[in-house]
Ligand binder design. Structure first.
Ligand code: ADP
Ligand code: ZN
Ligand code: ZN
Length: 790
């Protein structure tokens, strides 16, 4: 019925011989003649699936980040809500209700899929011999008879799962762990299982068996043995995908005086302003403050969105939140299965109180949002790089809060210059926590001059004398060590000592990294690999030298220096499998690892208790980054890495190795002097016309032919310069001039922060981009726009 059409419902529309689900965003009485309308063949929803505020956010993103509203819709809607003719439909193996309650059409489809395993929507159309099948499929999806797309299979958990709980006697006395460990000490597997069970039972009473299997790599026989010993009890439990069991409500620690004072200032500021920057040193108890703010919102009946820059971090925070709020906490991120995503979508629509997630969780249909928490707000992972919309989650969250008339709190130990600038401009309120919990002093930071170390030959395997001694001391005190290196792989290049030849990627203008374990050379930009080589392909000599240090090599060096220590590595290469990240964290927490080597992955928000020493092997790698943000990123990185040392019991130690030990960023880090860092960095930004004083748009053009991409870049730059003069820089060839076989050219726009200029420029830019693409010879050039690119 035409009268059922309203804003926010999905409809079926034919396009190029296919049927798509489309979203109604506006109704017009008059026929507009400048484009050809399509016929709507059916209406899928009875109720709108998105609300007014959501659509306003989509519009803002599309305008601000210069992309189409369709690109926004693509990231905003879970695929479960986007159906096309090719979408495959499967039977839900967990559907247990009686099929006879289905309508005739529903039954026909369900039966056909049962027989054929899967059907595309196109096939269903021909089975029913009618065009409009989405409403039926939708109803089957709603009843959970079917689901769409294959990646769901593994994500779909059965409704009955096996769970483990500690036996009554042990539940009441968590301190009996050592006694329990004693009872199982003959079995390594049982020990592993017990450690995992105790870890989980801090935050939940019933632990899914599967979680124990994953973490401790044991099977059911081990759990049965523990049951026999009377340590645990096994049972079955019915769970929906969103419900994770009964959480033991944990007593929260009392607020410290600093925390109470901070909370008082927060509520005072919120009377006047809606945005607050919470600047609290590492380990100052920011999360405890968020928990208090969440409580306040729940008491008001409001929803809270807790944003984190990366999916990996959600697993850490979620158990802390669930220990307080139980199943009121939902999580959402782009790696979840479609069914789970659609389910949380519905739950949020029904006012699920708390959502913890990565930036995509901003797109859920909040009805009653009261607060957005942006944790680790400085983190560059908040920025989506590819594909469009290339939006910054932090900045979008601030706008989103405004649309919902909600409060927002941005938290960090190392605030971005943008946010601190906003404080100075009076836009954001500022609340600071200057001390660590329990008044543990911030770590003592020492810088080691690598020039001197090399000259005096005190360096060994890349480790200075001071760092080696520091690690030894920590190990002797039964403490752990963390070593940071900003580069993965074994060695970043392989070079011939005779002729200077070095290994380069065939697709990109970058050198190949040695990966020793795999005996391969790999490109870190496009992922291509080659077998390791022993002789120089240019001169045939055997003098190939592996230059530099990656984390893989560092790990080997440490094993050589500290043969008795248990060493592990955390980087992109060791965390590819599903639970690898969590396993390393769990092992490090349980002190099954003495020394952990890693890339910036080890720097982020992790809370360990016993790190005696942290080493930054080569600070220069971070300081020399060819980007105006190098200083800011390095300060954040160093301070965050250093912040892992000595959090609870005692002061920790940090050693920074560098060839430029008096670099201002290193000195600011040592003094923990954010204000000095901020002042110096801002002066430079102003001098060189950089953000946050000015805004950037980065235009990247790509093509297989270097000549074509250059011509297109000049063609576009000329149009832009004619209108916007010296705001347009380039075209220039970026540092890596060829990526994945495509040649690149950049055009950068620097513009003053005047909304009139910015809006005019962006609109003109969209036009000029299309005009370029439609001009002869440039059809296959790719032109990406990136607003606030870094
Ligand atoms: P941040 O997020 O600022 O780095 P966290 O919130 O992780 O700090 O807190 C650091 C540690 O201090 C955590 O282990 C946390 O459990 C503990 N903590 C936080 N607040 C309190 C408190 N009021 N009393 C005791 N311990 C606390
Ligand atoms: Zn050679
Ligand atoms: Zn490559």
């Amino acid at each position: 019925m035409i009268s059922d059409i309203q804003f926010g419902v999905r409809v079926e529309v034919p396009l190029k011989n296919k049927l798509y689900s489309a979203l109604v965003i506006d109704l017009q009485k008059e026929m507009q003649m400048d484009y050809k309308p399509r016929t709507i063949v059916s209406i899928i929803d009875k109720e709108p699936i998105i609300g007014d505020q959501q659509f306003k956010l989509w519009n803002w993103i599309s305008n601000y980040y210069s992309c189409t509203i369709g690109e926004v819709m693509n990231v905003a809607l879970p695929s479960g809500l986007k159906l096309t003719s090719e979408t495959k439909v499967y039977i839900n193996p967990n559907y247990q209700e009686d099929m006879t309650t289905l309508s005739d059409e529903e039954y026909m489809i369900a039966e056909a899929i049962t027989i054929q395993n899967e059907l595309t929507i196109g096939e269903i159309r021909s089975i029913l011999d009618k065009k409009t099948v989405y409403p039926v499929i939708r109803s089957l999806l709603d009843k959970e008879v079917v689901y769409v797309r294959e990646e769901l299979i593994e994500k779909y958990k059965p409704k009955n799962i096996g769970v483990v709980q500690l036996a009554e006697a042990y539940k009441k006395e968590p301190n009996k762990l050592s006694e329990v460990l004693d009872a199982v000490k003959k079995s390594e597997k049982q020990t592993r299982a017990i450690l995992a069970i105790y870890q989980f039972s801090k935050s939940q009473e019933f632990i899914p068996k599967s979680d124990i299997y994953e973490i401790s790599k044991v099977d059911n026989s081990v759990l049965r043995a523990l049951e026999k010993k009377g340590i645990i009890e096994l049972s079955e439990m019915e769970v929906s995908r969103l419900v994770h069991g009964n959480y033991q409500q944990k007593e929260l620690p009392l607020l410290t005086d600093d925390q109470s004072t901070a909370l008082k200032s927060i509520s005072a500021i919120y009377k006047e302003k809606s945005q607050i920057l919470l600047h609290g040193v590492t380990g100052s108890g920011k999360t405890r403050i968020y928990i208090e703010l969440i409580r306040e919102q729940l008491a008001l009946g409001k929803q809270v969105l807790y944003l984190l820059p990366e999916i990996a971090l959600t697993t850490q925070i979620v158990s802390r939140l669930r220990a307080v709020f139980g199943d009121d906490v939902g999580t959402y991120h782009s790696r979840m299965g479609n069914a789970e995503r659609v389910e949380i979508w519905k739950a949020v629509n029904d006012e699920k109180p708390i959502v913890l997630g990565a930036r995509s969780s901003m797109f859920l249909p909040y009805k009653n949002l009261g607060l957005i928490i942006v944790d680790e707000e400085h983190d560059s992972s908040y920025k989506q790089q590819d594909p469009a919309p290339r939006y910054n989650g932090r900045d979008t969250a601030v706008v989103m809060a405004q649309l919902h008339d909600a409060k927002v709190i941005l938290g960090s130990a190392t605030p971005s210059l943008e946010s601190f600038h906003n404080v100075n401009q009076g836009k954001y309120g500022l609340v600071q926590l200057k001390n660590r919990i329990g008044s543990v002093a911030l770590p003592e930071i020492e810088v080691v001059d690598l020039r001197y170390e090399y000259k005096t030959k005190r360096i060994k395997n890349g480790f200075s004398l001071a760092l080696r001694e520091g690690i030894e001391k920590a190990l002797a005190n039964d403490e752990q060590a963390m070593i940071f290196q900003n580069r993965r792989g074994y060695a970043p290049t392989i070079q011939c000592d005779q002729c200077g030849w070095h290994a380069e990627c065939n697709n990109c203008d970058v050198s190949l990294t040695v990966h020793k374990f795999f005996n391969e050379l790999r490109c870190h930009y496009c992922g291509s690999r080659r077998k390791m080589i022993e002789t120089c392909p240019a001169c045939g000599s055997h003098t190939l030298n592996q230059k530099g240090y990656g984390t893989e090599k560092i790990e080997a060096q440490i094993r050589e220096l500290f043969p008795d220590a248990k060493v592990a590595r955390m980087d992109y290469d060791t965390t590819k499998t599903k639970n690898a990240y969590q396993n390393i964290i769990a092992d490090f927490t349980a002190k099954k690892i003495d020394i952990l080597v890693g890339t910036q992955m080890i720097t982020k928000g992790l809370d360990f208790e016993d790190i005696g020493i942290v080493g930054i092997l080569n600070a220069d790698l971070s300081l020399q980054f060819p980007d105006f943000r190098a200083g800011e990123r390095a300060y954040q990185l160093f301070t965050q890495v250093a912040g892992r040392a000595g959090r609870k019991r005692k002061q920790g130690k940090v050693i920074i190795q560098s060839f430029q030990p008096t670099h201002p960023v290193i000195l600011e880090t040592i003094d923990n002097n954010y204000d000095r860092f901020f002042a110096r960095e801002m002066a430079e930004r102003q001098k060189f016309v950089y953000p946050p004083f000015y805004r950037f748009i980065q235009i990247t053009l790509k093509h297989k032919q270097p000549k074509t991409v250059l011509e297109a870049a000049h063609f576009l730059a000329k149009q832009l310069s004619a209108k916007f003069g010296n705001r347009i820089l380039g075209p220039t060839q970026p540092g890596v001039a060829r990526l994945r076989g495509q040649y690149l050219q950049n055009i950068t726009i620097k513009m003053e922060k005047d909304p009139k200029v910015m809006n005019g420029l962006k609109r003109f830019l969209m036009h000029a981009r299309l005009h370029t693409l439609n001009s002869p010879g440039f059809k296959s050039v790719r032109i990406n726009l990136d607003v606030d690119p870094y």
